[in-house]
Design a protein around this ligand. Structure first.
Ligand code: AKG
Length: 300
């Protein structure tokens, strides 16, 4: 791939030292408008809800109540044009620069904090959501689709936390049917750095970097689109335990399982095929172990 977006050395050094960087422009204004329109329409139409891809990130799913924090995984499964963008191309170039040439897209996430009611996203490390049986290298490129500041939930980071181990996490209120995880360990909260950005700027953070976004207290919705990149994780079973993941079962996971049983599994496999890295032995091993472990855990 032609490297059309290269970070200066000073920026990559900053990423290694602090665990995050911010860029003022990664997505051109016309794309920001297009991506925003596509995602807003998907939220209005509850795209992916029955399949468990769309859910309330902060509360239990209740089809009879308005969602407080609508969230959608892998929106390009429903609108492939989302990945035919300069944003995707540039984000991939950044991921390859920071993680190495094997880096590829792992997933996407869209998060909408409605005006005045959108709640906080608790402090967490992304790795706390992953299986403890693998060793990872992963980063997220977080794109705000309107200007963001503390008033509407910009990203905040703890500099240097990328060098921590995975800290203890829990489900909010220990309710394992909820999506978020919150870090319940000691860390220097007072050193948090908010990162305001214009629409079309981005932050890039490592999967160990502690991050948070505040509630949206503004009069407009706050929409963010996140691309997550990784190199194929390495299987290292039995070395760690993430007890906060044990017994966790969200409403969207239940819907997804039911959809899979009704035949959705074949659709899911077809949708994921374009992202399969079949020439990488490490990727094939990771995908196979993950699939077997999901089937095993469901059967129990
Ligand atoms: O947008 C948010 O509120 C949180 C995003 C986040 O936690 C992430 O991108 O890892």
């Amino acid at each position: 791939m032609k490297q059309d977006y290269l970070l200066p050395e000073e920026t990559t050094a900053q990423y290694k030292a602090r665990g995050y960087i911010s860029l003022e422009e990664i997505c051109p204004p016309d794309e920001v408008a297009r991506i925003r329109q596509i995602l807003m329409r998907m939220f209005e139409n509850k795209v992916g809800y029955e399949e468990g891809a769309q859910y309330d990130f902060a509360s239990r799913d209740d089809p009879n109540k308005p969602q407080t924090f609508p969230s959608l995984h892998d929106p390009s499964h429903y609108a492939p044009e989302l990945l035919k963008t300069a944003f995707h191309r540039r984000a991939l170039a950044i991921a390859r620069q920071l993680l190495g040439p094997d880096a590829a897209l792992y997933g996407e996430h869209a998060l909408l904090k409605p005006a005045r009611v959108g709640p906080e996203t608790p402090w967490h490390q992304d790795e706390a959501f992953r299986s403890p049986d693998f060793e990872y290298r992963e980063l997220s490129v977080w794109l705000p689709l309107q200007p963001v500041g503390e008033i509407n939930g910009c990203m905040q980071f703890i500099p240097g936390s990328n060098r921590y181990d995975v800290l203890k996490h829990r489900s909010p209120g220990n309710d394992k049917s909820l999506h978020p995880l919150e870090c319940c360990d000691e860390f220097p909260r007072a050193s948090a750095v908010p990162v305001p950005l214009p629409a079309g700027g981005c932050t890039v953070h490592d999967m160990r970097t502690l991050h948070y976004t505040g509630p949206n207290t503004s009069d407009s919705p706050r929409l963010a689109y996140i691309l997550i990149f990784n190199v194929p994780p390495v299987y290292k079973p039995g070395l760690r335990k993430f007890d906060w993941l044990e017994g966790r079962r969200t409403d969207s996971q239940v819907r997804k399982r039911e959809w899979h049983r009704r035949g959705g599994i074949a659709i899911e496999v077809m949708r994921r095929l374009p992202r399969a890295r079949l020439t990488s032995g490490r990727w094939v091993a990771w995908a196979a172990i993950r699939a077997v472990s999901k089937v095993w855990h469901r059967a129990r």
